[in-house]
Design a protein around this ligand. Structure first.
Ligand code: UDP
Length: 329
């Protein structure tokens, strides 16, 4: 298939491109390199520099003719979305509408969308399945949920088939070591742990130690980015073959506490990784993890790399190539 990957130079996007190429697709990346990086591009994929906020850019890209697209071009920082919702409205929501309209105008009927567990908000029960009520706590999560609703309408009205993939906590790096671009200004637990291990930060702050969990720290469902990437390949095949849309959770189904993650990181890096327990971060749920039964049944998805050791080791391998953020050794 001819596949356009919007946001294909980003952290998850580059892994998706790798998986799409491995599956034999003819891949084109569309990216404004705002957070994506040239170094994440694959020579086997074509590249279009463009911005989803500009309808002309998106139209020109889709005019090349694609059977399917994967849409990952979005802002994703929860805290920032609460402080600067305008950015998220324009990029995530308007940008997606540009993408959907261009896809329809040029006959691209299959859309794989990178959604998020943030659509659920505070869990009413775990593991979280697809029927769990959606009530996002952040504006970021709201944008993802709204886009899922637009997709459902475009399915009804325009015959677009979509797969909304609700990622839990994406982590890890390409196990072959081909993708090694570090995210700029990372906000998530594992990159921050790696920055401490690398000596770029003095210590890790652990947000809360009085949660009702096995060691008092929050439980999350970390899923390897290569496993997520494979889900995009499977989902695209599914919606194209069955002419049916799909919304699925993608998690490893294994809850890991913050302390457990740090312990494994200490073992694998051999570094002390100083950590201080500080107060809870507002909006954090104590335990969030998925059931991915539906993804297993529909798209035959089973995570292969989402054990904590592989998550940490594949990330550490990349961090070891750098002497400072953005500066390779
Ligand atoms: N966390 C932490 N210190 C940090 C960053 C994250 O203790 O510097 C915790 C956070 O409270 C949460 C888990 O690590 O329980 C994962 O956080 P992250 O921001 O990576 O993802 P989230 O689950 O919020 O989407």
């Amino acid at each position: 298939m001819k596949v356009l990957v919007l946001g294909g130079a980003g952290y998850i996007g580059s892994h998706v491109v790798k998986a799409m190429l491995a599956a034999g697709h003819d891949v084109t990346v569309f990216d404004n390199l705002g957070s994506g990086q040239l170094g994440n591009l694959f020579p086997e994929a074509k590249f279009i520099a463009g911005d989803i906020r500009h309808a002309d850019d998106v139209n020109a890209a889709f005019a090349r003719g694609f059977d399917g697209c994967v849409h990952l071009a979005a802002y994703k920082a929860v805290g920032e979305s609460m402080a600067e919702p305008e950015k998220y409205s324009v990029n995530n929501i308007s940008g997606t509408l540009n993408m959907l309209n261009a896809a329809c105008a040029h006959g691209c009927k299959n859309v794989v969308f990178s959604s998020s567990a943030a659509v659920f908000g505070s869990p009413q029960y775990v593991p979280i399945d697809e029927r769990h009520p959606t009530d996002p706590e952040s504006y970021y999560g709201f944008t993802k949920l709204e886009i899922e609703r637009f997709l459902a309408w475009y399915d009804r009205l325009k015959g677009v088939r979509y797969a909304a993939l609700r990622y839990f906590n994406a982590a890890g790096y390409d196990v072959d070591g081909r993708i090694d671009g570090l995210e700029r200004n990372p906000q998530n637990l594992l990159p921050i742990v790696m920055e401490v291990a690398s000596g770029w930060r003095k210590e890790l702050q652990i947000f809360g130690q009085d949660y009702d969990t096995r060691d008092g720290t929050c439980v999350r469902d970390y899923v390897h980015v290569a496993d997520l990437a494979q889900a995009h390949v499977n989902a695209l095949a599914y919606i194209a073959k069955n002419d049916r849309s799909l919304t699925v959770n993608l998690g490893s189904e294994k809850g890991v506490t913050v302390t457990e993650m740090v312990e494994v990181a200490r073992k694998i890096t051999g570094k002390e990784i100083p950590a201080a327990y500080v107060g809870r971060r507002s909006g954090d749920a104590s335990a969030l993890y998925a059931t991915s039964a539906l993804a297993r049944e529909t798209i035959g998805w089973a995570p292969k790399y989402s054990d904590v050791e592989t998550l940490v080791a594949s990330t550490w391998k990349v961090y070891q190539k750098y002497k400072a953020p953005g500066e390779k050794k």
